[in-house]
Each structure stands twice: as C-alpha cells, then as structure tokens.
Design a protein around this ligand. Sequence first.
Ligand code: ZN
Length: 497
Amino acid sequence: MSEKYKILSEKIQKIADIENAAALLNWDQEVFMPEKGGQFRARQLSTLSGIAHDMFTDTEIGNLLDELNNEQKLSFKEQRNIAELKRDFERRGKYTRAFVEDMSQAISKSFMAWQKAKKENNFKLFAPELSKLVELKKQEAEIVGYEDQAYDALLEDYEPGLTVKDLDKLFGDVRGELVDFVAKIFAAQQNDESFMYKHFPKDKQWDYGIYILREMGYDFDAGRQDVSSHPFTTNFSASDVRVTTRVDEKNLSEMLWSCIHEGGHALYEQGLPNEEYGMPAGSAISLGIHESQSRIWENNIGRGLPFWKAYYKSIQAFFPEQLDKVSVEDFYKAMNIVKPSLIRTNADELSYHFHILIRYEVEKALIAGDIKTEELPEYWNSKYKEYLKIDVPSDSEGVLQDIHWSHGSFGYFPTYSIGSFYAAQFYAQMKKDIPSLEDELSNGNPKVALKWLRDNVHQYGMQYSAEDLCVKLTGEKLNFKYFMDYAKEKYNGIYNL
Ligand code: ZN
C-alpha cells in the first residue's frame, strides 16, 4: 500500500467515524430519545453532517484522489476504492453549502407538514412544501448533471448507473407480464389466512423473532434488536449492526417478516469486511443490492415451503393454541395471500410492484413537470384504480401514506422493485450452485444460503458495481424473467392456476 493511499484511507475513515456517530444519534432518535430531545438532536445531527461534508469535500482529499487515480501500482480493490470515492467527491463537490442548507430546511418543513397532513387527511397542508421540495430536486438534478433525463440524476443517488431508460423497460415488463398474471390470482379462489390474525402475545412474538434471527445467522454479539414504529436496520461498523421491528398482537405477519427482512439487511452489513471500514470496499453497493439481500431472505427463503418445513414445529410450539390445527401447507398458503391493497408496506410480494410502478410514474411526471403537485391526489387515485382496481378512500391511505417524498427522496422507490428482481435472479443462481439448497432449508440449515451470500455478495462491498456483480454472479445483467419464473412456479402451485 502506498503512503498516499494510507493517508487517504485514514482521512476517509475519520469521516466515517463522524458519520457513524451521527448514525448512532439517528438510531437513538428512532428508538429511545425522549420527545423533548428532538429540537437539539436535529441541531446535533446537522452539525455532524456539516463537519463530515466539509472534511470530505476538502481540496486535500481531491488532490490525493487525483494523484492516486493516476498511480499504476494499485490493486484492483484499491483502484475500485479510489474510483468510487472520486465519483462521490465529484458529486458532493457540486453542491454549494447554501444549497445543502436550503435543501435541509425544505426537508424539515416538508416532513413536519407531511406528518400533519397525513394525520388530518388533508393533502393541501403538504402541497406547498412539497412543491418547493420538487423545485429544489429539479435544481439538484441540474447541479449534478445528467445525459438524458433530470430524473436520472436523482436515481444516481440511490442506484448508481440506473436510468429512466432502464426503468421504463423494466416496468414495461411488469406491466406486460405481471399485471395479467396477478389479475388471474385476484380472480382465483382465495385461501384462508384468518389464523394469522388471532391473538399472538407480544413477548412470545418478540422471543420468536430473536430465535429466527439467530437461526438465519445474525450475530447478536455484533448487533441487537429494538422496537421502533418503522422497522429499519442501521450500522456503525460491521461489528455493530442493529435492527428494529414492530409487533402487532393481532397480526403475526407484521413481526415475523419484518424481522426476517431487516435480518437480511443486517446479515449483509455484518458480512462486509471490517478491514475496509469506511471505505467503499467495506460498504454496501447500492439500495437495490441492499434490498436484494433483505428480499431474498424475506420472500425467496422466508416465504418458501422448504424453510417452513424446518421451522413450522418451532412456531407451533411458541403458539400452540393459535397454530396447532393448522398444517404447514396452509400456513405457507396464508403467508402468500395475493390480494389488492392500498398500503404499500402491507402488500404481497407480487402486487407490491404495482405500488412501486405507480410511484415511479408519479415521480417521473412530477420531475419532468408533466403534472403539478396539486394534481397529485387525483393522478394517484386514478393509477390505483388502473393497476389495483381499488378506490382510494382517503389521501392518508393514498398519496400521503409514505414518508419518502417528505424526506426529499425522489428516485428511491424503484430500488425496492429492483431489489426483489435481483433477489429472484440471485436465488435462481444459488439453487444452481447448491443443488441441495431446498433440502438444506427443509433440514433447518439456512446458513448454507448465508454462506453463499457471504461468498458471492457480502465480502466484496463495493468492489463491483450492481450491474457488474450481477453479471459476475449470474452471467447476465438484471433480467425480469427470473422474477416472473419464480412468481409463476410458486403461485401457480399455491392458487392451482
Ligand atoms: Zn428493506
């Protein structure tokens, strides 16, 4: 390792220290902070992110990156670290401090307005703040720059390299194939899921969630689980990766699959190489790849029959009154009910993508200036009628349901679908590489899946881009066909189509 590379790494790792300290304050805010702490917490977080921004955009870092970029003797990993840092440096350097502050203020106001608007079911309370935020996001796209569409510049923040062109093709496939397939399921005889909504005591659910996380291979010596209103995963290094969950005593699914989902995110973070702390090679690739790691556990494994052949006895032992008379096959069918829904986070794994498709179409139209903010509710409701055949009874359950826009996150939603599609493609490859995979899962050995993910995804961090990793692993770029094949094989069986 050259002297310059060492100097740069030390600087980058110090910035990571500041950012991870901020992440810990954020975690505390969601999990433990008393209500009155909010005002000063916002200030503390803003100070820390300002310090990190100044440290990262320092000319000395720019000079080191330029010099190292021309150095011949770097290893592949070092080259990739430099390339990723340079990309980040150039992007962040384009923002003036004034713009960053304007954006941060607009987000704070917009978030408060959204909370009130959602609570009071009154979109008009949110519309003016949202309009300002959309204008700022358009400005941001101009600042950052793009080749084809302004929306591409926003996507770049979450899924580097992903463009409107790619997404139009992908969601064109969703419209062309998934919509018809799901319509057939909507029309089919529905399975019983009533036992999922019996009374499931909170503490027992909690203990079962912990048990399942351990079985997946989550390391509680390098993490912990707490309760929060929206489940999430956060990390301060690969040795401290925390998850949260929520428990609804009248709905077993809520806790169970949120634990498995966040567990999947956490296993990825715990599997990143500690020796690359703070560097791209020690960080997750993109939101899409992160989501592939949660979805592969939640859906491909955790909503699969093989997995429950192994674990059904254990969940029956936790909840004998509720599940004793239910067979594993019926439990499997109940966890895979497909039906139209209003709320994205409660949707099944198939119609979920209609929710994302709708948000994608709405965001694209907003950023391109094709619709005005005031027209959003009507536009939204017409899309729900078109794709999910349902009427939206209130804006709180419609256009106001998600937090993302109030945070200024435009271009984020598509990564949820991308993640599921990557998951299906990776799972198909995993089955090819491990012919006995589903037998292993049936025998209570999900750690074979973890080992495959560690070897093929986690250990590399950002050494490969999302697309390169996908090609390296599966021999081709992201291909929607794998998701459709998975969906057809699974749901034709469940619904006797
Ligand atoms: Zn997730």
